[in-house]
Design a binder for this molecule. Structure first.
Ligand SMILES: [Mg+2]
Ligand SMILES: [Zn+2]
Length: 195
């Protein structure tokens, strides 16, 4: 099985920092159409998100239950079911002791992608990570996925290294889905630059 791993904030939904209120969740323009295209092409859809608001004490871990539920409802309006929602609750400078750790699941670490792959029998080399910052790209590259950066202004540090280079750069999620469809029609001639 193959997957598309989506960053949540700024990629699938509009970025409202540390928001947990379902009423303030808005899908990015074209996002539903994008996930529909991907699901129709047999990609399992996952959300992979850093949620350091938990470690920082901004909201309890349980608040994400309603966030996930709402996202599932939004995708369901397009007939798409979310395979799973994975989040990292940690941050090394957090104030909630149990979450104030240097973990292996906070992107740019690939822990959540590896966990998802293991739990859902996903072939990472047939899968894609899409995000709006280079930390998403690094996580995807290290996990062995192909990667697409949505360059919508949210990445502003541009700390480039070999492991942080995306395979593609696009303007929005719909374009990202189109890139994946096109790649499926003509498999890449070269190996992944990071592999
Ligand atoms: Mg993001
Ligand atoms: Zn973590």
């Amino acid at each position: 099985m193959k997957a598309v791993f989506l960053d949540k904030d700024g990629t699938l939904i509009e970025d409202v920092p540390y928001n947990i209120d379902p009423d303030r969740i808005r899908l990015c323009a074209g996002a539903l159409e994008a996930v529909q295209m991907l699901a129709a092409a047999d990609y399992q859809i996952f959300i992979i998100t850093n949620q350091s608001g938990i470690a920082r004490g901004y909201f309890p871990e349980s608040a994400l239950i309603n966030v996930e539920k709402h996202l599932r409802q939004l995708l369901a309006t397009a007939g798409v079911s979310l395979a799973s929602f994975y989040y990292c609750p940690h941050h090394p400078q957090g104030v909630i002791t149990e979450f104030a750790i240097d973990c292996d699941c906070r992107k740019p670490n690939p822990g959540l992608l590896k966990k998802a792959a293991k739990e859902h029998s996903i072939k990472l080399d047939r899968s894609w990570m899409i995000g709006d910052i280079l930390n998403d790209i690094e996580a995807g590259n290290i996990a062995g996925c192909r990667t697409i950066l949505i360059d919508n202004g949210n990445e502003n540090e541009w700390q480039i290294s070999r492991s942080r280079l995306p395979n593609f750069i696009v303007n929005n999620l719909r374009e990202a889905a189109a890139v994946i469809m096109a790649s499926d029609r003509s498999p890449p001639q070269k190996k992944h630059p990071y592999s």
